[in-house]
Design a protein around this ligand. Structure first.
Ligand SMILES: *[C@@H]1O[C@H](CO)[C@@H](O)[C@H](O)[C@H]1NC(C)=O
Ligand SMILES: *[C@@H]1O[C@H](CO)[C@@H](O)[C@H](O)[C@H]1NC(C)=O
Ligand SMILES: *[C@@H]1O[C@H](CO)[C@@H](O)[C@H](O)[C@H]1NC(C)=O
Ligand SMILES: *[C@@H]1O[C@H](CO)[C@@H](O)[C@H](O)[C@H]1NC(C)=O
Ligand SMILES: *[C@@H]1O[C@H](CO)[C@@H](O)[C@H](O)[C@H]1NC(C)=O
Length: 351
């Protein structure tokens, strides 16, 4: 469920993290090529090293090979000097064990928006890429996470596939993995697959069929996206161990008051909390450091100011800036007048 930008929340992604599809950090190169640079590059390809016919290998950047959006149905040869491989938006259906044999220096491999299925990816297709840091396989036909992925990965994108199962060891030892997109797949559980991902800061497993929060969530997580699943309850103290968690999205689940132990979301450090489109009848207590709270489309019947401020006076107030409550069972008249003191920083309260 991405791209609903009417939602403040969807637009408020921190800039340092690209959304799954805005992914061409070398856009400037395409722009150069677009300005008539292409003719020059064809000539210079001869001096810059071999380059498959269907692709561009800019002489000014001879370690990148651009084959994106060329209608390719098979993998081109990849010369051994390449570090950056752009193959997205094609119709590639298979990746054999030897397809990347000569290209062991690859650092980025972009294969998103192709037609790769799990059975057509060699078990060892990626195994030799010991320097690989980014692997983009989103929008393919995968039903499993590919085997033998390099442990050097930092950014792995597998969203919008048909992945329905994840084995405990498949991500084991990826000490540097920082970003993992597994959203919009068909996962019903995560098992212990996330265990030991000590560098993971962004985990997106929204749009699956999870009925509980994964066990063994990495402790350094900073952004946790769990929206559009089937979660009805969270474990006691669930967020207590995450010292760096700032963004949590659990909208479009089946959360009820009963499923949320009292101080679950009253944790210092949280900046944004999305609990919209659930079945809550009360506003859960939140930390006074929270800045954005989304509670629209629940069954909330009462505006409990004590959920934001346990003490209301000149010195004690909430940092809340955005509060969305529309689509509940309260109206503007239910917001008590003391709110002005407690919620003095709120520039939008939508009821
Ligand atoms: C790898 O390099 C060897 C020697 O240059 C060549 O024969 C072979 O076809 C290359 N393999 C691939 C997959 O590009
Ligand atoms: C990939 O999935 C699409 C959509 O489900 C389907 O139309 C296509 O035939 C599949 N391609 C392959 C190679 O499996
Ligand atoms: C993680 O990154 C560090 C520093 O770049 C590197 O030394 C280490 O080998 C990497 N770990 C893995 C599993 O590749
Ligand atoms: C949150 O927890 C703190 C300390 O654990 C407590 O003092 C505060 O009253 C709680 N906030 C709310 C809104 O319940
Ligand atoms: C209220 O603010 C005062 C002054 O900053 C502080 O000493 C006190 O602990 C606060 N009370 C609560 C319950 O946060």
């Amino acid at each position: 469920m991405h791209g609903v930008c009417g939602f403040l929340l969807a637009c408020a992604l921190p800039l340092s993290f690209a959304t799954p599809d805005s992914d061409d950090p070398f856009l400037w190169l395409s722009a150069l090529r677009g300005r008539g640079y292409a003719e020059g590059s064809l000539l210079a390809d001869n001096t810059g090293g071999e380059c498959p016919e269907d692709c561009d290998c800019p002489p000014s950047f001879p370690i990148a090979m651009y084959c994106d959006g060329r209608g390719l149905t098979a993998m081109p040869r990849v010369p051994s000097r390449m570090k950056y491989l752009y193959l997205q938006h094609n119709r590639i259906t298979a990746l054999s064990d030897s397809a990347l044999d000569n290209a062991t220096n690859l650092v980025w491999v972009f294969l998103h928006h192709n037609e790769l299925s799990t059975d057509n990816i060699g078990q060892r297709a990626f195994a030799k890429l010991q320097s690989l840091e980014r692997l983009y396989l989103q929008h393919n036909n995968l039903t499993r996470v590919p085997s033998n992925l390099p442990r050097s990965l930092r950014d792995l994108r597998l969203n919008n596939n048909y992945i329905n199962q994840i084995t405990p060891a498949i991500l084991e030892g990826m000490d540097n993995l920082t970003i993992l997109y597994l959203n919009d797949n068909a996962l019903t559980e995560m098992g212990t697959s996330l265990k030991g991902l000590n560098s993971l800061t962004l985990l997106d497993i929204s749009g699956n069929q999870l009925n509980k929060v994964p066990d063994s969530l990495p402790e350094h997580i900073h952004q946790l996206y769990l929206e559009s699943n089937a979660i009805s309850a969270v474990p006691e103290g669930f967020l207590g161990k995450f010292t760096q968690l700032q963004y949590i999205r659990m909208g479009h689940n089946q959360l009820t008051d009963k499923g949320i132990p009292r101080d679950t979301f009253n944790v210092t450090g949280l900046v944004e909390l999305d609990l919209s489109f659930n079945q809550l009848e009360r506003i859960p207590p939140v930390s006074d450091t929270l800045e954005h709270l989304y509670l629209q489309a629940n069954h909330i019947k009462e505006f409990t100011l004590s959920s934001f401020c346990s003490v209301v006076d000149v010195m004690n107030f909430s940092k809340l800036r955005t509060l969305r409550l529309e689509g509940n069972e309260i109206s503007a008249g239910d917001v008590p007048s003391e709110s002005a003191l407690c919620l003095r920083l709120a520039n939008t309260i939508d009821v």
